[in-house]
Design a protein around this ligand. Sequence first.
Ligand code: GLU
Length: 420
Amino acid sequence: MAQSTYEQVLARLKLAKEVLNLDEGTFAILCEPERALEVNMPVRMDDGSIKVFKGFRVQHNTSRGPGKGGVRYHVDVNYDEVKSLAAWMSFKCGVVDIPYGGAKGGVCVDVTKLSEGELERLTRCYTARIAPIIGPMKDVPAPDVNTSGKIMAWMVDTYSALTGQYQPGVVTGKPLSVNGSLGRNEATGRGITIAVRELLKRLNLDPKKVTVAVQGFGNVGGLGSILMSSLLGVKIVAISDITGTYYNPNGVNVKAAFEHSGKSPKKLLEGYTEPGMVKIDDPKAVLYTECDLLVPAALENQITAENAGKIKAKNIVEAANGPITAEADEILKKAGKVVVPDILANAGGVTVSYFEWVQNLYGYYWTVDEVNDRLDVKMSSAFDSCWEFAKEKNITMRIAAYCLAIKRIVDAMQARGIFL
Ligand code: GLU
């Protein structure tokens, strides 16, 4: 039977434990979240009926600071998934060395079936349900799959009303009008672009000659494609979303494609065409594109033991959280593929979330250049540490990233000690 997502977190943790020589007690602490909350939200639907939606907020480890991590709205959200995403957030914040623990939230809902009013009522009820465990110094949510600045603004408003004071630092990824940060919206895509730039540099590849396939065309895949092609000059030959794979050997006009999906009611690529483009109905076909670099930017568990052998790209930069399973890791490693792991490659989002939170606490706001320059420093130095540690220990970049993060978390755990 295939491993659950959390079993895959544990499989990687175990590998890192061996490299770091962690003792059993410390390892046991990292294997379970500190706190997990299940919530159920009754929402008055537009037709007058009441529907109950299930959600979660999980805090994996807060030794290095408040919990940090997004809130996902998706029909497949379940406890195992949110727990995994929370652990990945602890490791992600550890890799880029920002002073946070890891947390994650999720609501099991198909957002395409909700009106704007229903979405707002659901968000406000979810915020009220998790309010006892969130806060600028406790746990700071942010956007993730199918959540946006608009939803963060409702969360700020609800939390501020409940606590009787304006608290923009309770969530990040807010619109600028509610004390968001310049550069936050495209931060994950910009971080991916930096990771790709650093990888190509080390492989001595000229970006202008590099072809790329991108799975998923939302905030991360869409904006990431635009930034990769405009800042690095790589050629994006295939993009995809749930409506199919869109292939153009001459290079997809990713800006036009993003404008198209942005204007469509469900934010999808359906109906997008351009000269030289072929549409393939199978959304997964994008993974098997003949190209130099594959960027999975959709959901977890996309590249598994079943299909890993079909990947043609020599290099993979994980823009989504958990797109490759632990079993697939082994297959890709044997095939000599280089994988830049999610907890490093997609850390640009949470890094600029950290900058946003700092600005909120400080009450003083930075220019977009200050944000982008600081992001570049953080991402490039984290990339370098992972690359060098992987080389030194002869391990994959994923396990190197886990080790560097876990080392920082364990140092904090040991310095603080165990309460009581
Ligand atoms: N949801 C994003 C992630 O998975 C961002 C989290 C954040 O900014 O806190 O990294």
